[in-house]
Ligand binder design. Sequence first.
Ligand code: SF4
Length: 273
Amino acid sequence: MSTTEPEPTRLYAAREPIFPRRVRGTFRSLKWVIMAITLGIYYITPWIRWDRGPGMPDQAVLVDLANRRFFFFWIEIWPHEFYFVAGLLVMAGLGLFLFTSALGRVWCGYACPQTVWTDLFIQVERWIDGDRNAQVRLYDAPWDARKIRLRAEKWLSWLLIALLTGGAWVFYFADAPTLFMDLLRGQAHPAAYITIAIMTATTFFFGGFAREQICIYACPWPRIQAAMMDEDTLTVAYREWRGEPRGKILKGEATKSDVPPVPRATASTAWPA
Ligand code: SF4
């Protein structure tokens, strides 16, 4: 009888580096547009003014924690009216379920903050390091002066984006122009600096280094998402019968189109993890 202990099941795998190639097309263009809109809304909203009369804050969207009020343009919500927000969140959740069941992973693919910031970081990476092949060469290269310079440029650019992200977040909780000047003068509340530091660090790490590890290990949505899909859901999935074995097709060999199609119900069960 063998005394060899079975290999323990590993619940975590380190990230494999991925070097995506630049792509063009309708859906990529759509993704750029959605990225511009979502980032634009996030960064610009705290700076929009909204006249509510004397003695009232003139910031269009403001979470006024000190006075326990939430302003959203012409709407003012007090804690005892929070059911409005709960109702909005329920409607947003139902909308998300509807879109997922009809169009698959559109939230993950286009609008999730993790996707939007990671996509932005990847684009910055491409501007600095070059496209896929150049990135692979640089990754394998020794740490010479050029690699150190490029890495420094990339990480500083990511850090700046991350800082702006954290900075934009705190402006939702106080009058943005006043807080901005206080931050510059070093007179803002310590909570503002701590929040900016946390948001900067998480954005930098999640978008720059963790990337899809967040989706695999930290996000609850993929666990729910699969339950929303059926064989009529539009989704991009890998079908082994079309892609394997990989390599060139030799003369006389059966091509992929010769392989009989898999019944829809069977093919749809092969969702990616
Ligand atoms: S899996 Fe989660 S973190 Fe990843 S893109 Fe989807 S919703 Fe965002």
